[in-house]
Design a protein around this ligand. Structure first.
Ligand code: DX5
Ligand code: ZN
Length: 217
């Protein structure tokens, strides 16, 4: 399977979201990565339902929504109504992760669980059959443009092994510091989906960067 690319709109021009969405529609991007921050789970505040609804109006590809908020189970139906197709919740933010994951699926979205850089992948062994994807953070969540944490490669290999051992088709997505140096190594370590913020939106030709990521495998 070729790499899936999910450009992170956090690095886009928020004053021109419609044209940024159109650029992604025309590109080879697979999904739109949308980062939601509450200023509590992470030390930053980004966007919420009204902006997601506006993005949904223009996006012709699935919305991959990454919730960096405490107790995301409070808002599942609201994110579905706003237009989320994939809903990523943090392992560290859910006391009853199994229940939250089931609620996401019942609401008609694809559930994904996200791990902070310090959280071991081994903790996912029991929840793995219930989720469509695991999102490994390769930076501490909250900001774009941070330095990639090298330990991520090891986590990708470990997680890949766990997925194969259980005979599952769970996707591995990586978020943070994806660029021309880290992306090829992530692809060969077994990553299936790459999120890229600065690498795509800070480029002169974002569509070429997306195409380059798509052709990694
Ligand atoms: C960070 C967000 C990322 C961010 C990645 O907390 O989850 O999606 O936009 O940005 P880059 O690709 O610039 O590291
Ligand atoms: Zn993200």
């Amino acid at each position: 399977m070729s790499i899936l690319v999910s450009p992170s709109l956090l690095a886009s021009d928020f004053a021109n979201l419609q044209s940024e969405c159109e650029m992604l529609n025309e590109s080879r991007a697979d999904w739109f990565h949308v980062d939601v921050m509450d200023g509590v789970f992470v030390p930053n505040i980004s966007i919420g339902m009204p902006v997601i609804k506006s993005i949904k109006k223009h996006a012709r590809k699935p919305l991959d929504v990454h919730l960096m908020i405490v107790d995301p189970s409070r808002y599942i139906s609201q994110f579905r109504d706003a237009g989320a197709d994939i809903l990523n919740v943090h392992y560290e933010a859910c006391t009853h992760l199994h229940r939250t994951v089931c609620q996401i699926r019942e609401a008609g979205m694809r559930p994904a669980v996200t791990l902070n850089p310090h959280t071991p992948v081994a903790l996912l062994d029991d929840i793995l059959p219930e989720v469509d994807m695991v999102l490994l953070m390769s930076v501490n969540p909250g900001f774009g443009g941070q330095k990639f944490i090298e330990n991520t490669y090891r986590k990708v290999s470990q997680l890949k092994e766990m997925i194969e051992r259980q005979n599952l088709k769970t996707l591995i997505e990586i978020d943070g510091g994806v660029d021309s140096e880290t992306a090829p190594k992530l692809a060969s370590a077994g990553a299936d989906v790459l999120v890229a913020g600065s690498f795509v939106f800070r480029a002169d030709k974002p569509k070429e960067r997306i195409a380059w990521l798509k052709d990694l495998k």
